[in-house]
Design a protein around this ligand. Structure first.
Ligand SMILES: CC(C)(COP(=O)(O)OP(=O)(O)OC[C@H]1O[C@@H](n2cnc3c(N)ncnc32)[C@H](O)[C@@H]1OP(=O)(O)O)[C@@H](O)C(=O)NCCC(=O)NCCS
Length: 279
């Protein structure tokens, strides 16, 4: 997995702003920039409540996060049976709002969303401004958000303790050459490589808004290395699809993250930050 991991990422400490009830200081999004944030969310056994109890941890940061999300979002959060899922749901939606507000200077309660045909939420952008594109992902222990102006974008973060039969899933949804890469060498490398392919595919199907309604077998990836980002081929084409760019990082020892974005400019910057709230 080392080739998925660039140097350590800048830490964006938003705890003080959050506790003051302030939006993060304005940092406008450059025209072709893709901005990516991720944030570790410790499991409930470290912060309480127990995993089956209602509510969120009894902690000022969690109270602020709860206050950031909309009533609808909160209602959805309460439907999760397990505290860890409620926590990552609330954290991801709060992170998305903080990100939008940092990029625009608008308050965190400004943001409203519509839902597209396959369930993709889209930001209702401020009148007269550029179309903002936000995508969220949450998994055990980690949440992530990605933001662009105009360009389609998708993000996926997964944790390494996935328990499903990866052999079965890989043969069903991955191309033959991908399976050969995943299952080469020692077994300890199989799951990490499976998740690299999986997150890249999910990031792409989320960017195009189709989710898993898009047949994954038609999409195949070269994982790339330190000097070359991952590249995607569609429908068995020999050349990578130039309309899409990918990044992959390890946001922590137990997680892998992938970003897919429509190519607006091949040199367009991707800014990556780990957000900390002192959770
Ligand atoms: C999108 C999908 C791949 C996400 O899978 P996942 O790994 O379990 O979840 P992630 O945490 O990475 O992403 C979930 C987030 O992606 C966003 N999302 C949901 N559907 C999406 C879509 N079609 N495209 C892009 N993003 C989507 C949402 O913000 C969602 O979080 P939320 O439910 O808290 O709002 C999967 O849910 C899917 O395939 N959905 C499509 C289902 C569909 O076709 N529905 C049609 C009827 S509405």
């Amino acid at each position: 997995m080392s080739d998925a991991c660039p140097s350590p990422m800048p830490l964006l400490d938003l705890r003080a702003d959050l506790l003051r009830g302030a939006a993060p200081a304005l940092r406008p999004l450059r025209p072709a920039e893709a901005r990516v944030w991720w944030m570790p969310v410790p499991p409930p056994e470290e912060t309480g409540p127990s995993d089956t109890e209602g509510g969120l941890p009894d902690h000022p940061v969690w109270s602020r996060l709860e206050a950031l999300v909309s009533e609808d979002e909160l209602e959805r959060a309460w439907r999760f049976r397990f505290a860890r899922d409620r926590m990552t749901y609330v954290a991801a939606h709060a992170l998305g709002r903080l990100m939008l507000s940092q990029a625009t200077g608008l308050p965190t309660d400004h943001w409203r969303f519509t839902v597209e045909a396959h369930g993709k939420p889209e930001v209702i952008s401020p009148d007269g401004g550029p179309r903002l594109r936000l995508n969220l992902s949450h998994t055990h222990g980690m949440v992530a958000a990605a933001l662009t102006k105009t360009a389609d974008i998708g993000i996926d973060v997964e944790h390494f303790d996935r328990s499903s039969d990866i052999g079965l899933v890989a043969r069903r949804v991955f191309a033959e050459d991908e399976c050969a890469v995943i299952f080469a060498g020692a077994e300890s490398g199989h799951l990490p490589r499976f998740l690299r392919f999986w997150t890249l595919k999910e990031a792409y199907v989320k960017a195009i808004g189709k989710g898993l309604a898009q047949p994954l077998k038609r999409i195949s990836f070269d994982l790339g290395d330190r000097s070359l980002p991952p590249r995607m081929r569609l429908d068995g084409a020999t050349d990578p699809a130039p309309e899409w760019q990918f990044r992959q990082v390890l946001p922590g020892p137990g997680h892998v993250l992938a970003l897919a974005r429509e190519t607006v400019d091949p040199a367009a910057p991707v800014t990556l930050s780990e957000v900390t709230l002192g959770l």
